[in-house]
Design a binder for this molecule. Structure first.
Ligand code: S3P
Length: 175
């Protein structure tokens, strides 16, 4: 196993980045950080509240500030990004500068949308299916820039996806 390898997980809302990151960290026995949770704790507001009171442009600045803090201070080897973070050039630059490998959890829009509908989390950019679908299409060209692409088949559990990443990216062996 490559002890130095550190990864960020990217992909559209609802693809399962946070859950996969949790399983992966437990398989690798390492620290992980969820960027959205980190932002909510450091800002003492939910992401939905930040969007409502300060707007998306300010949210993106806050997101970049927090990502920078995590990348420079944290010991985390696994970071789950929010769905928009990787689409921002400055964030991609910071991630590469810190030598993180980026893994895109790639799936269909319908799969993400189903999970978004089932989730209790309020997602300001996924209130409307048509808008979310357009965002999905616009973002594919950024997600494509990730180092690894993992196709998420709907029948795979988050644990199975984490295991596949551990095997392929971290060269771990399971019986
Ligand atoms: C966003 C995705 C969200 C969160 C914020 C913006 C986006 O994270 O960061 O609502 O722009 O796609 P999840 O991908 O975890 O839902």
């Amino acid at each position: 196993m490559d002890k130095e390898q550190r990864i960020v997980l990217t992909g559209f809302m609802g693809v399962g980045k946070s859950t996969v990151a949790r399983f992966l960290a437990s398989l690798l026995k390492c620290e992980r950080i969820d960027l959205d949770t980190f932002i909510e704790q450091s800002e003492k507001k939910t992401i939905a509240e930040i969007f409502k009171t300060e707007g998306e442009a300010r949210y993106r600045q806050i997101e970049t500030e927090n990502l920078r803090r995590i990348l420079s201070n944290g010991n985390a080897r696994i970071i789950a990004l929010g769905g928009g973070a990787w689409t921002i050039a400055e964030n991609r630059r910071l991630i590469k500068e810190r030598n993180f490998t980026t893994v895109w959890l790639e799936s269909s829009f319908e799969h993400c949308w189903r999970n978004i509908r089932l989730s209790k989390r309020e997602r300001p950019l996924a209130k409307n299916k048509q808008h979310a679908s357009q965002l999905f299409d616009e973002r594919v060209r950024f997600y494509c820039l990730a180092d690894w692409h993992f196709i998420i088949k709907p029948d795979l559990t988050s644990f199975e996806i984490a295991k596949k990443i551990a095997e392929e990216v971290f060269s771990m062996k399971f019986d």
